[in-house]
Design a protein around this ligand. Structure first.
Ligand code: FES
Ligand code: FES
Length: 213
C-alpha cells in the first residue's frame, strides 16, 4: 500500500499568486529600511545639529571700542578674537608678529594701558576703552624711539621676526625698572625668544636705553 503523501497546507514551494514571495518581501523591506536611514541622515536634521550649524554660521560677536597708537577704533568682532588677530587682520597693523600663538614666544608683545601683554592670549572683547601701543606707534615720524635706535646701534637683530616683541617688551622692562644688571634684564626679558640668538645685543640695547646713553 502506497501511502499518499500530502501537504496539509499545500506545497511549501507553491505560494498563492497574490502572496508576496520571499524575494519580493526582502526587496520591499530593504527599500523601506533604506528610505528610513536616508531620511534620518539627510531629510531630517536633529535639533542639536541644527543648533550647532546655526552657531557656526553666526558665532557670538560684540562691538569693542579701543585706542591703538592714539587712534580710536570701533570694531565688531567674534568674541573669540585675540588682540593679535584684531590688530593684524582687522586694523591693518601687522608689525606685531604671530609666532607660537600660544603665549610661549613673546613675538606678539604689545602694551595695554602701559603694561606688556601677549596679544595672542588677550581677548580683544575685554579691551573696551583700553589704550594699546604697538611697534607701529613708537616712532615719531622719522624719529625712532630710543630703544628702536639702540637696537639698530647694537645690531640687536638678524631676521627681525622677534624684534617688535623684543622692543615692546624692552620698553615694559625699562618702565618697570627691571634694568639694574644684565642678569636682571635677562630675567625680565626671558619671555621673549630670539631664534637667531641675539640675546647679548638685545640686553645691551635695553641697558643702553635705560641708561639714557
Ligand atoms: Fe604670542 Fe608667541 S605669538 S606668545
Ligand atoms: Fe631672528 Fe630674533 S632676530 S628671531
Amino acid at each position: 500500500m502506497t501511502a499518499e503523501l500530502s501537504e496539509p497546507y499545500g506545497s511549501p514551494l507553491e505560494e498563492p499568486a497574490s502572496a508576496p514571495t520571499r524575494r519580493t518581501f526582502i526587496a520591499a523591506t530593504t527599500a523601506a529600511g533604506g528610505a528610513v536611514v536616508a531620511g534620518g541622515l539627510v531629510g531630517v536634521t536633529p535639533p542639536a545639529a541644527a543648533a550647532e550649524a546655526a552657531a557656526a554660521e553666526s558665532p557670538p560677536s560684540s562691538r569693542v571700542a579701543l585706542t591703538v597708537n592714539g587712534v580710536r577704533h570701533t570694531a565688531v568682532i567674534d568674541n573669540r578674537t585675540s588682540l593679535l588677530d584684531l590688530l593684524r587682520e582687522q586694523l591693518g597693523l601687522p608689525g606685531t608678529k604671530k609666532g607660537c600663538n600660544a603665549g610661549a614666544c613673546g613675538a606678539c608683545t604689545v602694551l595695554v594701558d602701559g603694561r606688556r601683554v601677549n596679544a595672542c592670549l588677550t581677548l580683544a572683547v575685554r579691551l573696551e576703552d583700553a589704550e594699546v601701543t604697538t611697534i607701529e606707534g613708537l616712532a615719531d615720524g622719522d624719529e625712532l624711539h630710543p630703544l628702536q635706535r639702540a637696537f639698530v646701534e647694537q645690531d640687536a637683530f638678524q631676521c627681525g621676526f622677534c624684534t617688535p616683541g623684543q622692543i615692546m617688551s624692552g620698553i615694559g622692562c625699562i618702565e618697570e625698572g627691571h634694568t639694574g644688571s644684565h642678569e636682571e634684564i635677562r630675567e625680565w626679558m626671558s619671555g621673549n625668544i630670539c631664534r637667531c640668538g641675539c640675546y647679548v645685543k638685545i640686553v645691551r640695547a635695553v641697558e643702553q636705553t635705560a641708561g639714557g646713553k
